[in-house]
Design a protein around this ligand. Structure first.
Ligand code: SF4
Length: 384
């Protein structure tokens, strides 16, 4: 049977490696890892907390960025107890520039749970780790195998690519059936001894040899066992279902100055940019021509109080995150002469330049603030 992509549909039992092939793959991959593994500050680390931090940083962050930030994070929060004791604000500030701040919030929440309910020690098995915030199947498997030597698979998108090629998987890897096949194969493949090294070897292979577009099969230690490579079909794997375009969101924001300070508000803990500081804003779905006037007035009153007006547009820029394409539109807010007071709240402040450096502010929002500053500088330049 052939599907719409012209691929043969799997009608019999799903592909799987033979036990002997698995044995050889483990041995070859571990040998290769012995000489070819990448040097990272967390490699050889024995402290489960530090291994955990490295894995959290590496999720959706490039390894070179994570490498640069890892030592600073650990010097600020050297132990799980230090992280658990720290205020969330300090953790978010240290996380700046790494993006996906929910990772930092979960790291912090999980550290507090471990400190309170596990005697300050991370649990070792995958199942107990999964109960902690931020521990999905990959994270739990990686920490369990690398930090504790438990036989647990750790399958992220890169490992999926290698595995789908090894078994020449015809099923889309993001379908329920494809995911199940990969999960079962990964569990069977991870060896009882050195499971952490094996999982890291798979990661390194995917990063330097089994590349997404042009796999370097000639340099691959397990090419002889790779069904897709043997069939000359490595670049056609993994099969994926068609991606949805990113969701379009528009955020209308206000730029309000008071002397040399600018008004910032803190977002609610949950959701996009949760807990981060930003210009007061109104988030709407899609690309409306402008903000709803009443909603904008309500925002202005709650963030700035009475006596402020919305003026001209001063900046507009688009930032694309993994699943969202965000258009930021910034308007100048101006105060009439009698405006003296703005509402006081823990979640709003007049920020000086030093605050803009120290507060947790998303990279996207920093780009917005920079765009406004540039616009201001040009405007002032034009005066002279
Ligand atoms: Fe990837 Fe090629 Fe190695 Fe197969 S042989 S695992 S496709 S690099």
């Amino acid at each position: 049977m052939v599907n719409q992509r012209g691929q043969k549909k799997q009608t019999s039992s799903p592909p799987a490696l033979a036990p002997e092939a698995r044995r050889r793959i483990r041995a070859k991959l571990l040998k290769w890892y012995g000489t070819e593994k990448r040097a990272f500050p967390w490699r050889g680390e024995k402290d489960p907390y530090r291994i955990w931090v490295s894995e959290v940083m590496l999720q959706q962050t490039r390894t070179d960025t994570a490498q640069g930030r890892y030592p600073a994070f650990l010097s600020r929060f050297p132990t799980l107890a230090a992280l658990a004791d720290a205020p969330l604000e300090a953790v978010l500030a240290e996380w700046q520039g790494l993006g996906y701040y929910s990772r930092a919030r979960n790291l912090h929440r999980a550290a507090r749970i471990v400190a309170e309910h596990h005697g300050g020690k991370l649990p070792r098995d995958k199942k107990s780790l999964r109960a902690l915030p931020g521990f999905g199947p990959y994270m739990a498997g990686a920490v369990s195998s690398i930090a504790f030597g438990e036989r647990a698979s750790a399958v992220d998108g890169n490992a999926v690519r290698v595995l789908s090629r090894l078994i020449d998987l015809n099923e889309p890897v993001d379908s329920a059936a494809g995911k199940k096949i990969i999960e079962l194969e990964a569990e069977a493949l991870v060896p009882p001894s050195r499971p952490g090294d094996f999982n890291q070897a798979l990661m390194d292979l995917s990063a330097g040899v089994c590349l997404p577009r042009a796999p370097r099969c000639h340099a691959c230690p397990i090419a002889k066992h790779c069904a897709a490579a043997l069939r000359g079909a490595a670049a056609l794997r993994p099969v994926k279902t068609k991606k949805k375009p990113p969701r379009e969101i528009t955020i209308f924001q206000l730029w309000a100055e008071n002397g040399k300070t600018v008004r910032l508000v803190r977002r609610e803990e949950n959701g996009l940019f949760g807990g981060m500081w930003e210009l007061p804003g109104l988030m709407v779905e899609g690309r409306p021509e402008g903000p709803d006037k009443r909603s904008l007035a309500a925002l202005r009153r709650s963030a700035l109080g009475a006596g402020w007006k919305t003026g001209e547009e001063i900046a507009r820029l688009v930032r694309t995150l993994t699943h969202r394409k965000i258009l930021f539109v910034v308007y100048r807010a101006t105060a009439d002469n009698n405006t003296k007071k703005t509402p006081t709240s823990e979640d709003a402040l007049w920020a000086q330049d030093a605050d803009l450096v120290a507060l947790p502010i998303s990279t996207a929002q920093r780009a917005v603030i920079d765009a406004v500053r540039e616009e201001e500088a040009e405007g002032q330049g034009n005066l002279f």
